[in-house]
Write a protein that binds this ligand. Structure first.
Ligand SMILES: [Zn+2]
Length: 421
């Protein structure tokens, strides 16, 4: 096998949707990859929300180490809300300029823990070439100015870096990613950058992130976004074509394919703020919430009879307490995939609230702007539906947890570099 690798991340792709698309061969590229590889279901981190999950994939650690807690959180040092883009309304409520800045550069430069190494930092430091396309956790050693001066501050990414036309390491003449999100223009940009890189064989490790599927799935439900899945399949197919065909593609690169989290149907929404004291700070979005409070036990108890709340977690005397319908029992955690490990890691994140809340099946928590996806799909909770992801490996055995993807990729890409010549 070659020692080059590509990690393909399809945001929000559930195991069932992947398995069905491969089972009836409605996704031709994914089907060929599945024929050639090893498939399993795996588990992501908690809260099962994109900024948290992509950061765990890129750094190989849970949020206790990488420090990104949620889509929206309270920054204790700066005494302000950080909002990474729950919705346009939530971005407006948190301050548009600041939210965009937090999402584009703050997450990587300030919020991501300094000692959580990204896989790009590891690969570039070993003298190989890391490449990242559109993934929100991108920190690397190379400084980039925005393509439009003044639009955003300088940032630091991998040796080859393409980020929604905002930053790019090489001029590739790709169309604008923000043209028409619903029609797949973001993934169109990603595909253009990916084709450019594969055509030149210009990397040792490429992380190829497709975000449009999740966007469609929130609207149409996790099993309804067929057009978006077809476009994902075509985007991956365009990488295959750029390599000169399927056999050349898998001969040149080991491939891992995954999603960052699952999705489940949601029918109802509630405001978690309505069930907290005025002096408590509630940050909620999708199917996870956090409460910043001086009395965690009381804040969790206030949620006992609230329809839409499945379970609340907090630390007491250094121990994890799980509370569901007024009952407290550590065994509650065993009802969820990797429940104990994931809840403990989420609570031990210094940026997390004192109480974490996981939504009940079918429910969502409205965000700062009051938006939700009731009638469509959502994710964020500890349940299997939100937490399980498809994991496919060609040339690399797929690990059972997304936090282990980094180690699997580095073992493959750096194995020669690790042995002195
Ligand atoms: Zn989502």
């Amino acid at each position: 096998m070659p020692d080059k690798a590509i990690l393909i991340v399809v945001d929000g792709l559930t195991p069932a949707t992947f398995e069905n698309a491969v089972g009836d061969r409605s996704a031709p590229t994914l089907s060929r990859l599945a024929d050639a590889g090893v498939y399993r279901r795996g588990v992501t981190t908690f809260p099962s929300l994109t900024p948290v999950c992509l950061t765990s994939i890129a750094t190989g650690v849970h949020p206790d180490v990488h420090h990104i807690p949620h889509l929206v959180w309270w920054n204790r040092d700066e005494r302000r809300i950080v909002e990474y883009g729950s919705s346009f309304g939530a971005i407006r409520a948190a301050g548009t300029r600041r939210s965009i800045r937090d999402t584009i550069v703050g997450m990587n430069q300030q919020h991501l823990a300094k000692d959580a190494e990204t896989m790009y930092e590891a690969v570039d430091a070993a003298g190989k070439t890391a490449a990242a396309i559109n993934i929100t956790c991108y920190r690397g050693a190379y400084r980039y100015l925005p393509t439009v001066p003044g639009l955003a501050p300088a940032t630091f990414g991998p040796r080859r870096f393409f980020f929604y036309n905002l930053y790019q390491s090489d001029p590739i003449g790709a169309p604008l990613s923000v043209r028409n999100r619903a029609a797949g223009s973001t993934d169109g940009y990603a595909a253009a950058a990916g084709r450019w890189l594969v055509t030149r064989d210009g990397f040792d490790l490429l992380v190829f992130y497709l975000s449009d599927f999740d966007f469609a799935s929130h609207k149409l439900g996790p099993d309804g976004a067929h057009e978006a899945l077809a476009r994902c399949d075509a985007a991956i197919g365009s990488l295959v074509d750029a390599a000169g065909g399927f056999d050349e593609f898998v001969a040149r690169y080991a491939i891992l394919l995954c999603s960052d989290h699952g999705q489940t149907h949601v029918h109802e929404a509630l405001r978690l703020q309505d069930h907290a004291r005025n002096e408590d700070i509630v940050t909620a979005s999708n199917r996870a919430g956090m409460i910043y409070t001086t009395d965690a036990r009381a804040a969790a108890a206030r949620l006992d009879a609230v329809a839409g709340v499945d379970v609340a977690f907090f630390l007491e005397d250094g121990r994890v307490v799980a509370r569901r319908d007024g009952a407290e029992d550590a065994a509650i955690l065993d009802d969820y995939p990797e429940g104990r490990t994931r809840v403990e890691a989420a609570l031990r994140n210094p940026n997390a609230g004192e109480v974490l809340v996981s939504a009940a099946t079918g429910w969502e928590f409205a965000d700062l702007g009051g938006s939700h996806h009731a009638g469509g799909g959502s994710h964020g909770s500890l349940t299997a539906g939100d937490s399980e992801v498809p994991l496919l490996g060609i040339g690399i055995d797929p690990p059972g947890r997304t936090v282990d993807l980094k180690a699997a990729l580095l073992a493959h890409v750096l194995r020669r570099a690790a042995v002195p010549a």
